[in-house]
Ligand binder design. Sequence first.
Ligand code: AN7
Length: 354
Amino acid sequence: MATWGGLINRYGLRMDISHSVEPVTLFEGNTPLIPAPRLGAKIVPGGHLYLKYEGLNPTGSFKDRGMTTAMTQAVADGAKTVICASTGNTAASAAAYAARAGLKCVVLVPDGKIALGKLAGAIAYGANVITVTGSFDDGLRMVREASERAPIALVNSVNPARLQGQKTAAWEVTEQLGKVPDWLCLPVGNAGNITAYWLGFCEDGEIRPRLLGAQAAGSAPIVLGKRVDNPDTRATAIRIGNPARWAEANTALKESNGTILAVTDHEIFDAYHMLAEIEGVFCEPSSATGVAGLYKSVQSGTVETEGKTFVCVLTGHGLKDPDSAVMKAPEMVTVPPDTDSLLKALDLATGANI
Ligand code: AN7
């Protein structure tokens, strides 16, 4: 059967995890690499832009890549309960894969700072959701300590099995593109993903992309070189002030001759709207951060575009955060149920005289 069987089925031999149990999988991975010529002409003139649309994973984010391996390892280790702290996507992914494996799942999320679609996922998949009156960083500290003191498996990306799954995205990009891109651009929060991509590219060969990481200006510890105690951004997925994989991210940036920069929420939302309106690709705000960072770097002259190939990783689906999308709702027009009113509204909406 030639259908897609998930990441462990496809890449298991190259994964340093236990192979003693059946993979826990929802057939994650194999997400499309979408050419974005119109957006590319605007933000990388003379270059080629591609979008790795990770929102098409089973729970709507790239986290599923690492969760298949982390959950399979947890089962192999005999775990009965898994736990994670999360800004939302890890929680939804852990909850789904725990359900699939028949394990109990506890997720800690920052109170009031998690997008609706992620909370909906975690609840739907049957996780025990605990909200913390603190940041993601507080939550991560708490679950790390709890997993040391109680027999609970930690499935945050401090767990090395997570990276074993997440690194496959680098291999997919190279396979789909037929070569290694010149630049790989992505948002950076807890820094697990940038670490995993670099691991994947390094394991794949000598030719590697330069990495462009982008953080939200109110939550940019790696850019600033110091911890942010009260991280703040409307891109709640990357509202993280003390990344667990900070040192690894710096190594990846240095070894790849890469760059990391901060972008404002305004720049993030600009990129978010451009992706959806110019290319028809709807990602969550945090996911647009890599695109915003690329655009800003090109405009400032840090990154040259002529003849270069850029891959931007869109880490999560737009429907994860419906509130951010409908903030444009005031532009909607309401009409009474008659066609004259509709035609009048059409004139206004299209600027044409219909
Ligand atoms: C859409 O779910 O940290 O730098 O707890 O959901 O690997 O942390 C999410 C992070 C980018 C940042 N884009 O990736 C969590 C969590 C989206 C995300 C990131 C996240 P990392």
